[in-house]
Design a binder for this molecule. Structure first.
Ligand code: SAM
Length: 249
């Protein structure tokens, strides 16, 4: 069932913090490193590690069910290694995957080739100046990549999303960092109920991701359970169960 009430603490999202072990991995001081900088280094230097992380961080299945993408053109903003791109490609006519990080574009291209997916076009660029004509896509989606911070989109990015989406088309921001920012700009907010957990491909990957991205509580959970499965509540991260949506005028 849809629940449009905002959560108590909508701001505790992974992209908003710099995981200390991630900064240290690249020789940076965690206390002095902006989150965006540490994540950007991961995207360029170890895109396959990023892919293993998000492979385990499943989105709520109702999120996909909500997307009206059958046989239309979809733009995936900040596509990353394709967590959203691939499921969209299975239903859409074409997916345009906009991604600024060259490392992640390579990772996505390799994955598309491995999976034999031919209806995705990878586009280098950012949401600050999307290299597409006005009204050229039916649905724009973005997962964990777009927010109020100008580095993650901001007002200019949102204007770009509205420009490239055709009138009557829709914009979906999945797992938004700051839902209130979108509510203030004509979006509605929806969250889907149910227990959610991360499921990594194997124990080694779960331990590695816990060590680098989540911390001691997650590691301890894995030690005790002996399984590569962790509830989001253990991670201290809002589960990816929510979205903001709007129809373009
Ligand atoms: C946390 S990752 C999410 C990737 C993917 N959507 C997913 O769900 O796994 C954030 C992504 O946003 C991209 N990104 C960062 N700034 C951006 C911008 N200004 N415009 C478009 N993408 C951006 C990053 O390169 C990265 O791929």
């Amino acid at each position: 069932m849809l629940d449009s009430a905002l959560p108590e603490n909508p701001l505790w999202r992974p992209a908003r913090r710099c995981p200390p072990r991630l900064a240290e991995r690249y020789g940076l001081d965690p206390a002095a490193t902006p989150a965006n900088q540490a994540w950007a280094l991961l995207y360029e230097r170890e895109p396959e590690l990023y892919d293993r992380l998000v492979e385990g961080e499943n989105l709520h299945p109702r999120i996909f069910a909500e997307l009206p993408i059958e046989a239309v053109t979809v733009l995936d903003v900040g596509a990353g290694s394709g967590r959203l791109t691939l499921p969209c490609a299975a239903r859409a006519a074409e997916v345009l995957a906009l991604e600024p990080a060259a490392g992640l574009r390579r990772e996505l291209a390799a994955k598309l080739q491995r999976c034999g997916i031919a209806n995705v076009r990878i586009i280098a660029g950012s949401d600050q100046a999307i290299p597409l004509p006005a009204g050229s896509v039916d649905v724009t989606v973005s997962c964990a990549a777009f927010g109020a911070d100008p580095e993650l989109g901001g007002e200019q990015g949102l204007a770009e999303l509205r420009r490239v989406t055709r009138p009557g088309g829709q914009i979906f921001i999945l797992w938004p960092d700051d839902p209130q920012w979108f509510l203030n700009r004509g979006f509605s907010y929806h969250a889907f109920a149910g227990a959610m957990e991360t499921r990594f491909r194997d124990l080694q990957t779960a331990k590695l991701c816990a060590e680098i991205f989540y911390g001691e509580a997650a590691l301890e959970w894995i030690r005790q359970s002996g399984r590569p499965i962790l509830p989001y509540s253990v991670l201290g991260v809002n589960a990816p169960r929510d979205l903001c949506r709007c129809t373009v005028a």
